[in-house]
Write a protein that binds this ligand. Structure first.
Ligand SMILES: Cc1ncc(COP(=O)(O)O)c(C=O)c1O
Length: 394
């Protein structure tokens, strides 16, 4: 029995991040400035590595993944009267940003193995009002972007990726974040890299980036007079928000982005070890994440198992409590949105509307997964999971 709690996630912070934050604070420039600009360029370089380079990748660093989603939906021109296809198995930020832009989220049921939006069901949800699609790459496994992309082309839909879990993910169509008109990353402390809180919108479309920058900072821009005269006078051109990233945040991110692939590989190795250690329970007392399809790179933001409640005499809260008694914290990604009171009320969702999301919603548990987790930590979790489910097998 370990005597400290194993968290389900913990950011990997080195002295480099710490001294850069201190340097930012000593520099006298705390808010958006040179470090944010450098961080945006570093994200573009990271995403542009290989293929065709970072040249046409625009990055707008903001203070949360939620802010990136809000700006992306608005900059893509989605608003009142528009419907946007999305998944019910996500954090509320995804659908809330669609609604805050005035548009309507239309849930599409998920695939219970991948927990991603089911591309085969998306077409049936398209109406004459459908204008956009906001898929989430669950846990860092990319959605079926071949099928979703084709559907988007056929119906002229703006694709915005919720890539909150997916920095470092890729599929045959390309890298997560660059597969639609805009991609949105989160740098919350549990995410593939962190800036404390933070996020980024990435796009190859400079007009989307310009609108996101404008709306992300009060709608304030350098005015025509300032441009003409070279002065610093400003102009309020739109109704905007205050979503800019601090240089203190970017100081952390500058070192995290350099380590992103190393952190991803460490999580990938741990995920493989989980799979090997629990393989004999897969399809019996629980279900493990499916294999990563050929040609895809998985960010392994989360390691989500599903309990096979048909073969167990207890429920998820009892399973999580049993792990907690053994000093193991777990996560819950996610309770399906369509059974949450707000969406039931606002969108008229009924539990039976999305049976696969409902099934997953009752069974998912995120086991601890973070780059600095040790092999002993992982073995401890696997032994505990085995002991607990076997004690409750029916
Ligand atoms: C799928 C998904 N979308 C969006 C967000 C929002 O990101 P943030 O917490 O950085 O606002 C999260 C974060 O929890 C998420 O998991």
């Amino acid at each position: 029995m370990r005597d400290d709690i194993l968290p389900f996630s913990r950011p990997s912070i080195t002295e480099d991040e710490i001294s850069e934050v201190v340097a930012a604070m000593r520099s006298g420039w705390l808010t958006t400035g040179p470090r944010t600009e450098k961080f945006e360029a570093a994200i573009a370089d990271y995403l542009g590595a290989g293929a065709q380079g970072a040249g046409d990748i625009n990055v707008v660093a903001v203070n949360s993944g939620t802010a990136a989603l809000h700006l992306a939906v608005l900059a893509a021109g989605l608003g009142p009267g528009d419907e946007v296809l999305t998944t019910p198995l996500t954090w509320p930020a995804t659908s809330n940003m669609i609604m805050l832009a005035g548009a309507k989220p239309v849930f599409v049921d998920i695939d219970r193995d991948t927990l991603n939006m089911n591309a085969d069901l998306a077409e049936a949800a398209v109406t004459e009002r459908t204008r956009g699609m906001l898929p989430v790459h669950f846990a860092g496994l990319t959605c079926d972007m071949g099928k979703l992309g084709a559907l988007a082309v056929e119906h002229d839909l703006a694709v915005i990726e919720d890539a909150a879990h997916a920095l470092g993910s890729a599929c045959p169509q390309g890298k997560a974040g660059l597969l639609g008109v805009a991609g949105c990353f989160s740098f919350h402390p549990t995410k593939p890299i962190t800036t404390g809180e933070g996020g980024a919108l990435v796009t190859r479309d400079p007009a989307i980036a310009d609108t996101a920058r404008l709306l992300g900072f009060h709608g304030v821009t350098r005015g025509a007079r300032a441009r003409a005269t070279g002065t610093a006078e400003y102009e309020v051109a739109a109704l905007g928000f205050k979503y800019n990233m601090l240089d203190i945040q970017a100081a952390i991110g500058l070192h995290q982005i350099v380590r992103a692939e190393d952190l991803r590989r460490k999580r990938e190795r741990l995920a493989r070890m989980y799979h090997e250690a629990l393989a004999d329970l897969d399809g019996d007392l629980l279900y493990l994440p499916p294999p990563t399809p050929a040609g895809c790179v998985h960010a392994w933001h989360l390691y989500v198992i599903k309990l096979n409640l048909d073969k167990l005499d207890f429920d998820r809260p009892a399973f999580r409590a049993a792990l907690r008694e053994r000093n193991i914290a777990t996560g819950l990604h996610y309770l399906s949105l369509h059974v949450q009171p707000f969406y039931e009320r606002e969108l008229g969702c009924k539990p039976g509307d999305f049976p696969e999301a409902l099934w997953a919603s009752d069974r998912v548990v995120s086991l601890p997964l973070f780059a600095d987790m040790t092999d002993d930590d992982l073995t401890y979790v696997c032994d505990a999971v085995r002991e607990v489910v076997q004690a409750h097998a029916v």
